[in-house]
Design a binder for this molecule. Sequence first.
Ligand SMILES: [Mg+2]
Length: 115
Amino acid sequence: VSDLIELRDQLRVFTDERDWAQFHDPKSLILALVGEVGELAELFQWLPADAAVTRVRDEPLRSRVGEELADVLVYLVRLADVLEIDLGDAALRKLQGSTTRFPVDEVRGQAPEKA
Ligand SMILES: [Mg+2]
């Protein structure tokens, strides 16, 4: 997945220029990732579930959600890079596995019992 590789490479440059790789151990990156997921969740915390998609179409919420999604992606890509895991390949493998586990003709329209 070339977009993820490009993002990974730009994050390497950003990190190396600032000599921040020394702080990017897996534990610290996971805590940063969880923190950003928390910031994303906070934006939805008191929104009625059935109104969330509509509300996110409007500013300023739209920009805020985009920023937090980006923060989550950045830490996730950086974590995968530090752990030397090809994130795009891993995600495609998971999707392939889910396609096999959940045949369309058996599960269409039903919530999966276990993801
Ligand atoms: Mg954030």
